[in-house]
Design a protein around this ligand. Structure first.
Ligand SMILES: [Zn+2]
Length: 100
């Protein structure tokens, strides 16, 4: 959802970019589109609650804010699949569960 260094954030139905050039950052846009899909599947608000709860859980697990963020299932899915061009067309419903 948030980039390594903050590049943008997706809050359905918007993707907010830090700067205009990011529109051409293919992996970044794909990453954010994956989050938009995850958000729709969870009816938006529960996504943010889950995201935050899992972040806290990972924080206990990893004791490191960056590692915790990277290991949230939504981020694991987005980071591992962002380079696949047709990922969203073949992605299964609630696919993020495979990344828990
Ligand atoms: Zn993300």
């Amino acid at each position: 959802m948030l980039g390594k260094q903050f590049k943008g954030v997706s809050i359905w139905p918007f993707v907010i970019l830090k700067n205009r050039e990011l529109k051409d950052d293919y992996y970044f846009i794909n990453h954010e589109k994956i989050h938009l899909r995850q958000q729709i599947e969870l009816f938006i608000l529960p996504f943010y609650i889950w995201y935050f709860m899992e972040y806290l859980f990972r924080l206990v697990q990893y004791r490191d804010t960056f590692l915790s963020y990277k290991n949230i299932s939504f981020e694991r899915e987005a980071y591992t699949q962002e380079m696949k061009e047709d990922y969203l067309s073949e992605r299964k419903f609630w696919a993020f569960l495979q990344f828990l």
